[in-house]
Design a protein around this ligand. Structure first.
Ligand code: DQA
Length: 146
């Protein structure tokens, strides 16, 4: 199986960005951990980051027939992007929403996710481990869709 990890704006700054909120692990380190965990399940990983909303939309559109599951940390676009929500729902590839921080324990504008209703589920608040938990969730989602 193949899992497509998509990371949105400012996640390229992990490691130095508000470490008290997001920790000190870089996105490269997270990618390495994800690849290590996925190898245990024999899952292939494609891991990407962009600051551009349109690029995330394009990647989601191209995901049909390319991967089995999408794991999406849409970052700030989680709370604003109808375009991302529409892309997920148009393409129909099972998508898991993830966040490093517990968005529900933060500012009120982070409590609302526009993508949550079209995602299989949400993992939030476990720091870099949210990504590792998402590997397991993606494997399970793929198994149960067979
Ligand atoms: C985030 C939470 C979002 O609210 C925020 O805009 C981010 C990161 C997280 O992983 O905790 O950029 O998605």
């Amino acid at each position: 199986m193949k899992i497509l990890f998509l990371n949105g704006p400012n996640l390229n700054l992990l490691g130095t960005r508000e470490p008290e909120v997001y920790g000190r692990t870089t996105l490269k380190d997270i990618e390495a951990k994800v690849r290590e965990r996925a190898a245990r399940f024999g899952a292939e990983i494609d891991f990407r980051q962009t600051n551009a909303e349109g690029e995330l939309v394009a990647w989601i559109q191209q995901s049909k027939g390319y991967c089995n599951v999408i794991v999406l940390n849409a970052a700030a676009y989680t709370h604003t992007s109808i375009a991302l929500r529409d892309a997920i729902s148009a393409v129909g590839v099972p998508t898991i929403e993830i966040h490093l921080s517990n968005v529900h324990a933060r500012e009120e504008f982070r409590h609302k996710s526009l993508i949550a209703p079209v995602c299989k589920g949400q993992i939030a608040g476990f720091g870099a481990d949210s990504y590792i938990l998402a590997v397991e969730a993606a494997v399970n989602v793929n198994e149960s869709s067979k």
